[in-house]
Design a protein. Structure first.
Length: 257
């Protein structure tokens, strides 16, 4: 969204220059008055028109605003803009403020897989129940579900088990193998985390996740994928998938296996 301000570009440059000069010599009460005057101008001519436009779009109070500043705006404290008068709101009283260096950066971050935004894996509980049914009577094992499926808990379990069954979202990195990861509750469990763990003689890994054996089209002769990464970690045998896996299908495969 682009909101045209009431100040021309030359005025923006002048305000930016005044602010930088004040920032270098800040301390006296006179400088504080001049700083408040600058913040007042920023609010009146730049920030408040944006806030009003957001209200017209029915954006709720307390929402996060991402500012993508350019040129002289990058030197101005837009987040501190306000009238600084009694019973008058400043930006910090209205919305949550953040900066992004470029729109491309913001879009890229928003597209990253999030454990909260990921689709719920509805059959995981049933799948783990099948594993428990088959494995439980034979060997002892560690089960990590829901809030217990954290990085520290997973790495600790790796230290005490030789077989691994992962029923979660897989996030392969096409360009940096060691940044490929599996989604945990607190943050991704990266391949490099597994390599650094003190796992003694890992034998078998069943990766009940999506795209664990999908390589890179730009380097078809190089098997850079999650399953290959797990083998690199020392696993003798690894089972993975080459495409998106339906939750129910994954449960049936586990049961048959």
């Amino acid at each position: 969204m682009l909101i045209a301000g009431k100040l021309d570009f030359s005025t923006h440059i002048r305000i930016s220059f005044e602010f930088q000069s004040l920032a270098e010599q800040f301390g006296s009460s006179d400088h504080q008055c001049k700083l408040v005057d600058i913040l007042h101008k920023l609010w009146t001519h730049i920030v408040d028109p944006v806030v009003q436009a957001l209200r017209e779009l029915n954006v709720c109070l307390g929402s996060r605003i991402w500012w993508c500043s350019t040129a002289e705006f990058m030197l101005l404290p837009l987040h501190a803009a306000g009238l600084y008068e009694k019973k008058r709101d400043n930006l910090s009283d209205i919305d949550i403020f953040s900066y992004t260096p470029t729109l491309a950066t913001l879009v890229h971050v928003r597209q990253q897989v999030s454990r909260d935004a990921s689709s719920e894996l509805k059959c995981v509980a049933f799948e783990l129940a099948v594993v428990t049914q088959h494995v439980g009577p034979i060997v002892s094992f560690t089960s990590l579900e829901d809030g217990n499926a954290t990085i520290d808990s997973a790495l600790d379990a790796l230290d005490h088990n030789q077989w691994l069954h992962l029923a979660c979202c897989g996030m392969p990195s096409r360009t940096q193998l060691f940044k490929s990861s599996f989604a945990m509750r607190d943050r991704p469990l990266m391949i490099r985390d597994i390599i650094r763990s003190n796992w003694q003689n890992p034998q078998f890994a069943f990766l009940s996740t999506c795209h664990t054996t999908v390589g890179n089209k730009k380097s078809p002769d190089e098997s850079i994928h999650l399953a290959a990464a797990m083998q690199f970690c020392g696993f003798h045998s690894v089972i993975g998938s080459m495409w998106s896996v339906d939750n129910e299908v994954a449960r049936q495969v586990v049961s048959a296996f």
